[in-house]
Write a protein that binds this ligand. Structure first.
Ligand SMILES: [Zn+2]
Length: 259
């Protein structure tokens, strides 16, 4: 199987890269990514995943556009205030590439509701803005054996990591942050502030790491780098990488990894 001529033209700059090639582009066209959170990380991640030719996108967010979002959430405009982000994102995708299959869900993710939504997905990219959601997303990914790219940003720092806690020896997001953040009262974005371009850097970097995961076994770029946390510092600027070890007592992934 190969891509039709119009798609070969559209993705020519990918296909010419030896690290992606025709086989990699075909894999992207067959991929299903669930995007949780359509804010400062989700907006650019959506744009670059769509631009990369990911064939199916499920969008999950219950929030509406506020004028204070426009400083970093790149797919929205002034007239969008008060509108549901998932509906606007779906419209953005329709205008950008009609061949992308889109499933838009206006929902706040909770532990019980997340897992069925991830069924059959190749990857979840989480750009949500609070620990409770990120932990619920992580637990659901482990339960459904779906890889997770988790991304967060605040002030001048971004964090991006790919997790496969369902695999032996691989950590999950909960191994990283522990159980202390399950409550919903530890958000700090609104109080702390954030440079808009930091959200852009973090979101596009998350899209890059997502593409690595999607190309695993399909192209040489496909090294998922499980459990490596990349810390993006906008003040220096610098990029540091550290390894997140699997926590044998983790509530999210311990005991699940003997499939
Ligand atoms: Zn874990």
């Amino acid at each position: 199987m190969s891509l039709p001529p119009d798609r070969l033209d559209r993705f020519a700059r990918h296909i010419v890269l030896p690290e992606i090639g025709g086989a990699g582009q075909l894999a992207l066209s067959e991929a299903h990514v669930v995007l949780v959170g359509l804010g400062g990380i989700g907006s650019p991640a959506l744009q670059y995943l769509a631009g990369a030719g990911v064939g199916k996108l499920t969008l999950i967010d219950d929030d509406r556009v506020d004028v204070s979002n426009l400083q970093r959430q790149t797919i929205y405009r002034e007239g969008d205030s008060g509108e549901l982000k998932v509906e606007l994102a779906e419209r953005w995708l329709e205008n950008f590439d009609k061949q992308i299959e889109v499933n838009a869900i206006a929902l706040r993710i909770e532990a019980a509701t997340a897992a069925p939504l991830f069924e059959g997905a190749h990857l979840v990219l989480d750009g949500s803005d609070n620990f409770a959601t990120r932990l619920a997303v992580s637990d659901a990914c482990v339960a459904r054996a779906v890889p997770l790219v988790s991304a967060a940003v605040g002030r001048f720092q971004g964090q991006v990591a790919a997790f496969a806690g369902h695999l032996p020896g691989e950590s999950c997001y909960r191994c990283f942050v522990g159980d202390a953040f399950d409550a919903e009262d530890c958000d700090s974005c609104a109080e702390d502030g954030m440079l808009g371009a930091m959200a852009g850097w973090t979101g596009t970097f998350a899209a890059l790491q997502a593409i690595r995961v999607l190309l695993m076994g399909k192209a040489t770029l496909g090294d998922p780098q499980w459990g490596q946390l990349h810390v993006l510092d906008g003040l220096e600027p610098s990029l540091r990488t550290m390894r997140i070890a699997k926590d044998p007592a983790c509530r999210g992934c311990s005991g699940i990894n003997v499939r």
